[in-house]
Design a protein around this ligand. Structure first.
Ligand code: GLA
Length: 440
């Protein structure tokens, strides 16, 4: 795109943004964060099916994952999409210019795989790239957006992860992502659109999140997740540092995507797995697991299928939570819920020592906004515990393991009249300086 056309495009986007409030991509999908499984972090680009038939990228892998999803309660817990990542296609397009699956690894083709998923009540996701080649060097979609969207629709694909490698010029990224969104829409099939547009644009300038929300159902902002605590905290810190920019655009139909859940693999301790699960729910993130569901340990399975955490993730209000405080090596995160209550996570970011106490007075985290003067408090992590009805001045002593998280659910108790004493305390509290109130 030439400079003048590009600036005209930016002016039009700017004017539209001013006139119309931020609206989501209008395809009726992802009204709550997407749940499913995605192969990349765990299985990467393992294409050697002779040496490693059990773990290579082949139709067998996705069929076995689908079988496990149905058999072991994943589908019942809400996980629905089985998603292919990079390295599925042949190195060449077919004679009519269409993408084709590697015939040796996908002898039945993608359509058969999609039919298989649908027969089990699941959905199939596929991967492509906005540029000339995928990140692993397979054919990209640049110049083929309509053909590829049509091919995916004919195969019965339900989700497209669209990567951003190998774009000849970064100024083409926005147009590429928008054109693919339009192409998907034109097929008439409901295909959830997962983008990496902002991740690739951040290297050059601050992305236009209004345009991104109008184009994609979720979008990756930050680096690829690895199976390690430093990777998970790197993503969490990035999200918190940019929350003023990215949280307001998230909501039903469009979500910030901090990348896959790596729970059930090798790199995270039990506490760290709980932290990832709790914070992904608070961040209203897609819950796309990348692990081996055929051989996952029961503890990780219980965590990933925890219905209380999934209920927070899928809360219909669809408001992404934020980091509210950072104090003494703890972080406090909150997400407002449709009940009028809050999910509250306290993470101990100290990586030395034993469990540490965090004194929580509900008033100090400004729960009064949601819970007025009384809240029913339920601890969800590390163990489920009913902590009963608490008022703003009750003190809860939380004990949080290093790198672990205590996750609480605060639900408003139906209005009751304040006692005189509570009202006095409440007024005294409100008259205090704000800094004093929020000092934890
Ligand atoms: C990029 C993406 C990853 C994965 C790989 C595949 O790095 O960010 O999520 O899709 O490409 O090559």
């Amino acid at each position: 795109m030439t400079g003048s056309i590009l600036s005209a495009f930016n002016i039009i986007v700017g004017i539209c943004t001013f006139i119309f409030p931020v609206r989501a991509l209008d395809n009726g999908l992802a009204l709550t964060p997407t749940m499913g499984w995605l192969h990349w972090e765990r299985f990467m680009c393992n294409t050697d099916c002779d040496a490693d038939p059990h773990n290579c990228i082949s139709e067998k892998l996705y069929m076995e994952m689908a079988d496990a999803m149905v058999k072991d309660g994943w589908k019942d817990a809400g996980y629905e999409y089985v998603c292919i990542d990079d390295c599925w296609p042949s190195r060449d397009r077919d004679s009519e210019g269409r993408l084709q699956a590697d015939p040796k690894r996908f002898p039945g083709g993608i359509k058969k795989l999609a039919d298989y998923m649908h027969s089990k009540g699941l959905k199939l996701g596929i991967y492509a790239d906005v540029g000339t080649m995928t990140c692993a060097g397979y054919p990209g979609s640049l110049g083929h957006y309509d053909t590829d969207a049509q091919t995916f629709a004919e195969w019965g694909v339900d989700l497209l992860k669209f990567d951003g490698c190998n774009m000849p010029n970064w100024t083409l990224l926005a147009g590429g992502y928008i054109n693919m969104s339009v192409a998907l829409n034109k097929t008439g099939r409901s295909i959830l659109y997962s983008c990496e547009w902002p991740l690739y644009e951040w290297q050059f300038h601050q992305p236009n999140y209004t345009a991104i929300r109008q184009t994609c159902n979720h979008w990756r902002n930050s680096a690829d997740v690895f199976d390690s605590w430093s990777s998970v905290t790197g993503i969490v810190d990035w999200t918190a540092d940019h929350q003023d920019l990215i949280v307001p655009v998230a909501g039903p139909g469009g979500w910030n995507d901090p990348d896959m859940l790596v729970i059930g693999n090798f790199g995270l301790s039990r506490d760290q797995q709980e932290t990832q699960m709790a914070l992904w729910a608070i961040m209203a993130a897609p819950l796309l697991m990348s692990n081996d569901l055929r051989a996952i340990d029961p503890q990780s399975q219980r965590l990933l299928q925890n219905r209380h955490i999934i209920a927070i993730s899928q809360d219909p209000l669809g408001k992404q939570g934020t980091r509210k405080a950072k104090v003494n090596g703890f972080e406090v995160w909150q997400r407002p819920l449709s009940t009028g209550g809050l999910a509250l996570a306290v993470t101990n970011r100290q990586e030395i020592g034993g469990p540490r106490h965090f004194p929580l007075t509900l008033a100090t985290v400004l729960v009064w906004r949601s819970c007025y003067h009384q809240c029913n408090v339920t601890q969800i992590l590390p163990q489920y515990r009913e902590l009963g009805v608490q008022n703003l001045f009750s003190k809860l002593q939380l004990s949080v393991n290093p790198t672990g998280t205590t996750l609480l659910l605060l639900s408003p108790v139906p209005a009751m009249s304040c006692t005189r004493l509570q009202a006095k305390k409440w007024l005294r509290y409100l008259s205090k300086d704000r800094a004093q109130r929020t000092a934890l």
